[in-house]
Design a protein around this ligand. Structure first.
Ligand SMILES: [Zn+2]
Length: 306
């Protein structure tokens, strides 16, 4: 009989050979493959829930018995293959360097490797006659493009998780156990100025200069004591102006905030609001902000019995 590690390698090779890049329209093949493992190798009850915006992609929940308390979580999609590969992306290629074995292939790390470990762990527990009634497996879709599959499942099938005390996510973390998750905010800032021709520039309000002033204040604002020093900010896009001899009346930018598990999203929101209110009081330019996307941070109770 093969060892657990051999089994992990075998099913990982089969998973990697199935193309489940996020940009593909259909993930039927990976769903079918994972469903057959869950049913045939683990003997679990498997429910395949189509993603509401694309019935060819699916979330999968598998369990022995309802009322489970622990969920092992993975996702079925991978990031796109992209360019620059020196190995075949849809194949596991093994290399040994300095006594360490590396396996190359799209998703080996994020996170078909984790998915294979989830299946192999349950298989081993069953072979060793452990009771797995408390454990379920959840595989989501569309994770790489905004955790959409999981959110979709939580809207329609949240009741599955009412009994759950612990979720274990097998994302790659360099073999460290992560007890939290960073939060992310995506904020759009708009600066309104007043247009003027260059010959009467003094009558205008330059929106790009206004945005530059705001950016200096935004950088300063994330050092606020309430934020505990765990916020990073990236000004990702900026647009403004039409002609070199016209004072621009509009400038729009998008800013990405990432913050650690110890930062409260509401503190960050309050600081953003205060910053804009303050700028509107002292500036000729006027500012607005809008939260495009929010993911709150997660902090885990480290005293859990699991
Ligand atoms: Zn991942």
């Amino acid at each position: 009989m093969s060892t657990t590690l051999d089994y992990v390698k075998t099913i990982l090779e089969q998973m990697v050979a199935i193309d489940s890049q996020s940009s593909k329209d259909s993930h039927e093949e990976i769903t079918q493959y994972m469903t057959s493992l869950l049913k045939n190798d683990l003997g679990l009850i498997v429910e395949v829930v189509p993603y509401s915006k694309n019935p060819h992609k699916h979330n999968i929940i598998a369990y022995k018995k309802l009322g489970f308390k622990v969920v092992l979580c993975g996702h079925l999609d991978t990031v796109d293959i992209g360019s620059g590969w020196t190995k075949e992306p849809l194949k596991c290629t093994t290399e040994v360097v300095d006594d360490k074995t590396y396996i190359y292939g799209r998703g080996t790390s994020d996170m078909k490797g984790g998915n294979a470990v989830i299946i192999a762990t349950l298989k081993r527990l069953i072979e060793d006659s452990n009771n797995i009634d408390d454990i379920a497996i959840f595989f989501s879709t569309e994770e790489e493009i905004g955790v959409r599959g999981c959110q979709d499942f939580m809207v329609s099938h949240k009741y599955f998780f009412e009994s759950v005390e612990t979720f274990v996510v097998l994302e790659p973390t360099n073999l460290y156990i992560g007890s939290g998750q960073n939060g992310h905010y995506w904020v759009k800032y708009t600066c309104h100025g007043k247009s003027a021709n260059i010959i009467e520039a003094h009558t205008g309000v330059n929106a790009i200069e206004g945005m530059t002033d705001l950016n200096c204040v935004l950088k300063e604002s994330i050092t606020a004591p309430d934020l505990n020093g765990y916020v990073t900010l990236n000004i990702g896009t900026i647009e403004g102006g039409e002609k070199v001899n016209i004072v621009p009346d509009l400038c729009v930018e998008t800013v990405y905030y990432q913050f650690g598990p110890n930062v409260f999203g509401k503190d960050l929101e309050e600081i953003i609001k205060q910053t804009i209110d303050q700028m509107n009081e002292i500036s000729y330019a006027q500012y607005e902000y809008e939260f495009v996307r929010n993911y709150l941070q997660l902090n885990v109770d480290q005293q859990t019995s699991y």
